[in-house]
Write a protein that binds this ligand. Structure first.
Ligand code: G3P
Ligand code: MG
Length: 247
């Protein structure tokens, strides 16, 4: 595998560039492109009828005009919802993109993608299997593969068996005892960890296990600088341009 991040530190737009546009929408991916950001992260879930869509929460209510759970909705239900107006009236009418829409945009914009596989409960294996199938049919063979990541050990274990050719991120919210053993078992390429779980000693420890250590979600440029000084290789940010300007 080619080096994943030839230039460090890497600044990854979080859920697109969700400080500026509604998270996990094409508008948010477009905003990241406008800001000159190469890498974007977004979250992927499966609808009841097996469509892959960009969506963060299990429930619809925080970021859409819908109620109930993503896992209980068909794609036709979801596409009828507004996922922009919760952010601002400028985005009324924005709809949840499918993973196909997002990948098409990423390819056409010549960007790099971190697909965070965030399955709804009870939908773990179908979500990861559908994601891999879809990338196989939609991703150009001459482009570096997307970085796949997940908090779900079932997903990262599955990927370690079935998707070894992909760069893979191992997500942690907290500094859990013994994470290194699980990380090594998953044969991941990068540790993606909440920035509040880190201090200088832990970054040094993490770098003994993980080739790359990336921290989420960092919106304060001073905090980003501190993390980079400790050896963190990159950050996810809702305002990626602010981090770039200060780094
Ligand atoms: O993938 C990094 C980050 O997105 C993980 O947390 O909750 O924002 O998906 P979350
Ligand atoms: Mg995410």
């Amino acid at each position: 595998m080619d080096e994943l991040f030839p230039q460090l530190p890497v600044i990854i737009g979080h859920r697109g560039a969700c400080g500026y546009a509604p998270e996990n929408t094409l508008a948010s991916l477009r905003k990241a492109k406008e800001l000159g950001i190469e890498w974007v992260e977004f979250d992927v879930k499966l609808t009841a009828d097996d469509a892959l869509i960009l969506f963060h929460d299990e429930k619809l209510s925080r970021t859409s005009t819908g109620r109930g759970k993503v896992a209980h909705m068909s794609y036709a239900d979801i596409i009828g919802l507004d996922v922009g107006s919760h952010f601002s009236s400028d985005y009324i009418g924005e709809t949840a993109p499918t993973l196909v829409h997002a990948l098409d945009f990423i390819v056409q914009a010549n960007m790099r993608a971190n697909i965070e596989i965030k399955p709804c409960p009870g939908r773990v294996l179908p979500t990861v299997m559908c994601t891999l199938d879809l990338i196989k049919t939609h991703w150009p063979s001459n482009k570096p593969l997307p970085l796949l990541s997940s908090f779900s050990a079932v997903v990262t274990d599955y990927l370690s068996e079935q998707a070894r050719e992909y760069p893979r991120g191992f997500l942690l919210k907290r500094w859990q005892r013994g994470w290194q053993r699980r990380y090594e078992g998953s044969r991941s390429s990068a540790l993606h960890i909440h920035h509040r779980a880190l201090n200088s000693k832990r970054v040094a420890t993490a770098k003994q296990t993980a080739q790359y250590v990336l921290a989420f979600t960092v919106n304060d440029p001073e905090r980003a600088k501190e993390l980079f000084d400790w050896g963190v290789d990159g950050v996810f940010s809702d305002y990626p341009d602010r981090i770039i300007a200060a780094s």
